[in-house]
Design a protein around this ligand. Structure first.
Ligand code: AMP
Ligand code: MG
Length: 401
């Protein structure tokens, strides 16, 4: 067991017990929020055939060199309709957006630039080849456009559909159990007795787990009792991983640490982080277990920097297009920020873009019990150990998505 590990070391140790990556095939209808497990290639050309980008008339550009040309209308090309007739010299074919370009035509005149009189149309504006969408100009058969590990956003789902995939092979969502611990914790909305507080971490952690493409199995909070913890952890070890909150510090009632030391398998305890110093990682009945601190800010912050990386690396998410909670950016500080001796310092910052630059300020106090600070801010500093930063300096930060 290692103690006082750096963030990089903590990620490395936890990856020796990764989440199992399994795959399944699902209908496109259920793809929202899922993650591709293989690269997806197009089954078709896109567009499949030359077609019009406008409602108007398909013509021969050479017929329309001078203004006021009159052409004879020979038919209509509509999307999904019959094959249109060939356009010969002096002729035009009505055409709708997305309809196939008739043979012989090489330009489109917008409907706004035409006037129909009986079987004839007078051309009062330009005939443009730019209004034609050429076969395969977007994608060609066999082209891989969605790599593996990509979050299926609405646009990615549309692309998968365009490429002809009615079913998609995706990463199976691992089940991650969430268990808050503490005698003082009560489900929000219920009556509070003296000394009790509302339990919030499990709800936040469940939402983070879901944002990372996994299924949260949220358990009601457990009391600070070894027997209750053992029983609850046993009942949750069918899951692919367990995340607990609370009970990992040095106190007498910090029983998650105690039970993991005595009855589980502990790989590390304590990280060189502020806030979020006391986390642990190990296994319970062989199931990977993160013990996060109980302080609401600490538990969320440690999930952001440690657990999210573990999930994304275990499941081989795509670096830029996979599920993620934040983006690493450079920000210019608007106020001094003090770091922490020997620890990576994760101060809450508000990031905004101004004149091509990201500026970061801090407001509200930064106590690790003040969950409001996580909502009032939208990022975290990544101040290296033993370093302070002055207003005007550029530092690394995480910007929440
Ligand atoms: P612990 O890590 O168990 O010592 O808890 C540290 C602080 O966080 C204490 O003030 C707890 O009351 C609070 N806390 C622990 N767990 C939760 C939770 N699930 N929801 C809200 N606050 C919590
Ligand atoms: Mg506690």
């Amino acid at each position: 067991m290692e103690t006082g590990v750096s963030l990089d070391r903590a990620i490395q140790i936890s990856l020796s017990n990764p989440l199992k990556r399994q795959v399944e095939t699902i209908p496109l209808d259920e793809a929202r929020g899922r993650v591709t497990s293989v690269p997806l290639a197009s089954k078709v050309d896109d567009p499949r055939f030359d077609n019009s980008a406008m409602d108007g008339f398909a013509v021969r550009a050479s017929d329309c060199q001078k203004g006021g040309t009159i052409l004879r209308i020979i038919g209509t090309s509509k999307a999904g309709g019959e094959r249109p007739p060939q356009v010969r010299e002096g002729q035009a074919c009505r055409i709708m957006t997305g309809a196939p370009l008739p043979q012989g035509a090489d330009a489109i005149v917008m409907i706004e630039d035409t006037e129909v009189e009986g079987d004839n149309v007078s051309i009062n504006g330009p005939a443009r080849t730019g209004f034609i969408r050429w076969k395969a100009e977007n994608l060609s058969v066999g082209q891989e456009t969605l790599p593996s590990g990509v979050l299926l956003t609405s646009a990615a789902i549309a692309l998968a559909g365009t490429m002809g995939h009615g079913e998609i092979e995706v990463i199976t969502r691992p089940k991650i159990a969430i268990l808050s611990t503490g005698d003082e914790l009560v489900r929000p909305g219920q009556e509070l007795s003296s000394g009790q507080i509302y339990e919030s971490n499990s709800h936040a952690l469940a939402s983070l787990v879901e944002s990372m493409g996994c299924e949260a199995v949220r358990h009601e909070s457990a009391n600070d009792s070894l027997d209750e913890l053992r029983e609850t952890l046993d009942s949750l070890s069918y899951c692919d991983a367990i995340i607990t909150s609370g009970g990992v510090s040095m106190g007498e009632w910090d029983l998650v640490r105690k039970i993991m030391e005595e009855e589980g398998h502990l790989s590390f305890w304590r990280m060189r982080l502020r806030p979020g110093g006391p986390p642990l990682f190990g296994t319970w009945n062989g199931t990977p277990l993160f013990g996060l601190p109980g302080n609401p800010v600490s538990s969320l912050v440690v999930f952001h920097v440690l657990v999210a990386s573990w999930i994304s690396k275990s499941l081989e998410y795509h670096d830029e297009m996979g599920p993620s909670l934040s983006e690493r950016v450079s920000v210019r500080l608007e106020s001094d920020v003090s770091g922490a001796p020997g620890k990576l310092c994760l101060r809450r910052i508000r990031i905004r873009s101004e004149e091509g630059e990201l500026l970061a300020t801090t407001h509200t106090h930064q106590g690790s019990g003040n969950i409001h600070s996580m909502v009032a801010h939208n990022g975290l500093t990544l101040l290296p150990p033993d370093s302070d930063a002055k207003a005007g300096e550029i530092i690394d930060a995480l910007w929440y998505r």
